[in-house]
Design a protein around this ligand. Structure first.
Ligand SMILES: [Zn+2]
Length: 305
């Protein structure tokens, strides 16, 4: 049972198309195209591809690629897997809507320990009235768009209503937050790379900085319960794609046989097939032997360091 997850299904919804819109506050938001329809997929089936794609988007950000290149990669990712579900991922509980105040563990996005729940949710609905959005939790069966939404949503209806709200047409995520999240995942991988690569790390300052760097990216974890199948089996409850990717990435970085690693030549993420391999393929290995192209930690991470 690799990564401590059974091969059951865990469904998530994505829309076929997303757009980048400027909000009333001048901030950029990603949200579903209003004429696009939601579609389900099994995140457990796609976990390797999903984490690899997420980390590779983050590596573009860490590697300081142009804004256009980063934006295209982010939009391609959400059009393939959906938004991250940050609204549900950040609070201490996915049931936060039942309380007037929403509380947060230490995180990269909200510095306050608690915030008025309405104010918190408004961050994710910059183009719509929050009360109207909440009313849509009671489906209007005469509305064709809603009918399609609820048809899909029913597949995952055991989840809290905040998750339903994060699948709605009106739901938007601040673009800069999504980019930061991708960057943080790439940073986790980069920390592991430099920590173990070639045994070259000698100075204590670097070692401590990398250890601290990795420890900083904790977060709220999905809940789990024990199911009695042919043997006792752990089943995870994911309330956001963000939690799912974060947990899977942690499993994949710590996997003994086939960990996720950075290619020494092309600097893309890949799954190690042979423990001693530091290249995503033979082509990169040959090019590295011929030219050399290892990258420098401080140069790559720059200001983050
Ligand atoms: Zn490579």
């Amino acid at each position: 049972m690799k990564y401590l997850v059974d091969e059951d299904s865990s469904l998530w919804l994505y829309f076929r198309r997303y757009e980048l819109k400027e909000g009333p506050d001048g901030r950029k938001y990603i949200m579903p195209d209003q004429n696009s329809y939601p579609w389900p997929y099994n995140v457990l089936e796609k976990k390797e591809e999903l984490v690899l794609d997420a980390v590779n988007v983050g590596l573009l950000v860490l590697g300081k690629k142009s804004e256009d290149v980063i934006q295209d990669a982010v939009m391609e990712f959400v059009s393939k897997y959906g938004l991250l579900g940050m609204m549900t991922a950040l609070p201490v509980t996915p049931e936060y809507m039942e309380y007037d105040i929403t509380f947060f563990p230490p995180n990269r996005f909200i510095r306050e320990k608690g915030m008025n729940t309405d104010d918190y949710q408004k961050i994710f609905y910059p183009f719509h009235d929050l009360e109207k959005v909440r009313k849509n939790l009671e489906p209007d069966w005469d509305d064709r768009k809603q009918l399609s939404f609820w048809g899909m949503r029913n597949i995952t209806s055991y989840q809290p209503s905040t998750v339903t709200m994060s699948f709605m047409h009106e739901y938007a995520e601040p673009y800069d937050w999504v980019v930061t999240q991708f960057k943080d995942w790439a940073y986790m991988l980069t920390c592991c790379y430099f920590y173990y690569k070639d045994g070259k790390l000698k100075d204590l300052r670097t070692i401590l900085a990398l250890q601290e760097g990795l420890a900083a990216f904790g977060g709220v974890y999905p809940s789990y319960y024990l199911m009695l199948r042919h043997k006792p089996t752990i089943s995870w409850e994911f309330y956001s794609l963000q939690q799912f990717i974060h947990l899977m990435l942690s499993f994949m970085l710590s996997d003994e046989k086939n960990p996720l690693r950075l290619c020494k030549y092309c600097h893309n993420a890949y799954f190690v097939k042979d423990e001693d391999s530091w290249f995503c393929g033979e082509a990169c290995k040959h090019k590295y032997t011929a030219n050399g192209n290892d990258f420098d930690l401080e140069e790559f991470i720059g200001d983050e360091w």
